[in-house]
Design a protein. Structure first.
Length: 101
């Protein structure tokens, strides 16, 4: 299901999102970052089923702080973290699976 981001709020521990289809999501920043869908963090699979993944990152306090966000069309958000990571594109449907409320 695709939607639009209407509003959001970021605190020290959570991000709250309101989507145009009346979904309201609340996700802890630690859970959000640890669920990063980028190829480096989550891996990617080749045609033979081999999974390639970057080295395990040591996540520090800056790893869980959002510097800025960028919308990707009407279907996703890209987060820019204070530790320099920004590879993940989080679809609204994926964010809903991470939502704690």
């Amino acid at each position: 299901m695709s939607s639009q981001l209407i509003d959001f709020f970021v605190s020290d521990k959570i991000i709250a999102l309101k989507l145009g289809d009346e979904r309201e999501l609340s996700i802890s920043l630690k859970h959000l970052r640890k669920s990063c869908p980028c190829a480096y963090c989550n891996g990617e699979t080749d045609v033979f089923g081999n999974i390639y993944k970057g080295q395990n990152l040591i996540l520090k306090d800056a790893s869980f702080k959002i510097l800025k966000i960028s919308l990707i069309g009407d279907y996703a958000i890209r987060f820019f973290w204070k530790d320099g990571h920004s590879g993940g594109i989080y679809t609204f449907d994926f964010l809903e699976t991470l939502s704690e409320y």
